[in-house]
Write a protein that binds this ligand. Structure first.
Ligand code: ARG
Length: 402
């Protein structure tokens, strides 16, 4: 079986695991290794990756800037769906995986590779997201996840193997956390965080100020949306990527977007994760507030159920499935009138919606007011309530126990 594999496309970060993996895969399968690295705004310089990959034994590396595609085709569709896993996690890591997987499959086809490989562990969600996406996009591709099968028992054993094989690894002191970062947020786990009683130490946070140290003065932002997509801050039109970067920066200063949660992984484990997602938290709050103004009640309530399912599907790696696409079509059709401006106030870790306006607003002041201007038909209320409650009234009358 293993002899048949001639070329493998590996999702490569340049860290210890994937560096060792280049050599390990090449040896085990006697195969050519093509590395793939995506720039998703993880805040790392990817320039050195080429030399590193080649020196680890790869024949070639593709480094692609996917920031724009990530935000436009993955993040904003999920924002339109109000997708927060377990009502909290904006899904930064989960949304990136199907995009990376699809690019790797494209390259595998171009390169005539027979396998794809990734460095995900055997107990996480990311292996599911990669494998599942690979399978849908290229059903007969061979998938290799070395961490599920190799015999290194520790980081030190990997370092020894790297030294023995002249694999360039920057052997720094082991980082206390496992961190995954992109434009939509930072995910941090491991170390002291594995104890759910332990408050996250200050060094967990990468992009947000401690709310205690954040400015005492509130900052107001006006965020404009067009058909559910954010397009401007304070009236200034921005590209998708710039807009998210700006909100991460401003929100970060005010300590917005820190999330500490215990979540249900797909593989059945509960895990504790810390997220930082200033832009995501601000945009979700603003988008929801705008929908509250413009969606008709039944659509709004129904959509909340769809959001729950949609978020779960993203978390479970089901991006490329027909059901996710069908739900997306529903979501997109609800966004027709989600155009307007939301005013938020950022203060010491809080993002509070304080104003909203839209040309499609269904908030009619004359209907809502308790003043002279009131146009609501009070007379119809009595009959409406009588009939609306009739079935329950009949039930009570018939079943009254004396
Ligand atoms: N729990 C998150 C998810 O499943 C993030 C996983 C990656 N986290 C990390 N710290 N490496 O999407």
């Amino acid at each position: 079986m293993s002899q048949q594999i001639k070329k493998i496309v590996l999702a490569y970060s340049g860290g210890l695991d994937t560096s060792v993996m280049v050599k390990w895969l090449a040896e085990k399968y006697q195969a050519e290794i093509v590395c793939y690295s995506a720039d998703l705004g993880q805040g790392e310089n990817l320039d050195s990756l080429e030399d590193k990959a080649i020196n680890s034994g790869a024949s070639k590396i593709y480094i692609e800037n996917l920031q724009d595609e990530f935000i436009k085709d993955y993040v904003f569709p999920a924002l339109k769906a109000n997708a927060l896993y377990e009502n909290k996690y904006p899904l930064a890591t989960a949304l990136a995986r199907p995009l990376i997987a699809s690019k790797m499959i494209e390259i595998a086809k171009e390169e005539g590779a027979d396998a794809v490989a990734h460095g995900c562990t055997g107990k996480g969600n990311d292996q599911v997201r990669f494998d599942f996406s690979f399978r849908i996009l290229q059903p007969n591709i061979k998938i290799i996840a070395p961490l599920r099968e190799w015999s290194f028992g520790s980081r030190d054993e990997e370092i020894d193997y790297a030294k023995l094989n002249n694999i360039p690894v920057s052997v720094t002191k082991e980082k206390p956390y496992s961190i995954d970062r992109n434009l939509w947020g930072v995910s941090v786990e491991c170390g002291v965080l594995e104890n759910p009683w332990c408050e996250p130490p200050a060094d967990v946070y990468q992009i947000t100020t401690d709310p205690l140290q954040a400015p005492d003065k509130a900052e107001y932002l006006e965020i404009s949306f067009e058909k559910g997509v954010p397009v401007a801050i304070n009236g200034e039109i921005s590209s998708a990527v710039e807009l998210v970067k700006k909100l991460n920066q401003i929100g970060g200063v005010h300590g917005i977007g820190r999330i500490d949660m215990v979540e249900n992984r797909l593989v059945g484990i509960k895990s504790r994760e810390i997220y930082e997602a200033p832009a995501a938290i601000i945009l979700h709050a603003a988008h929801q507030a705008l929908e509250d103004m413009v969606l008709e009640r039944e659509t709004s309530h129904y959509k909340a159920g769809v959001s729950l399912k949609y978020a779960e599907m993203i978390y479970f790696g089901q991006w490329f499935t027909p059901l996710r696409k069908a739900l997306q079509a529903f979501v997109d059709s609800t966004q027709q009138n989600v155009t307007g401006v939301i005013r938020v106030k950022l203060l010491k870790g809080n993002c509070i919606v304080v104003g909203r306006k839209s040309p499609h607003s269904l908030y009619i002041e004359n209907l809502a007011t308790y003043t002279q201007e009131d146009t609501f038909d009070h007379g119809s209320a009595e009959g409406f309530i009588k009939l609306w409650g009739l079935s329950n009234q009949v039930y009570s009358q018939v079943n009254q126990e004396e």
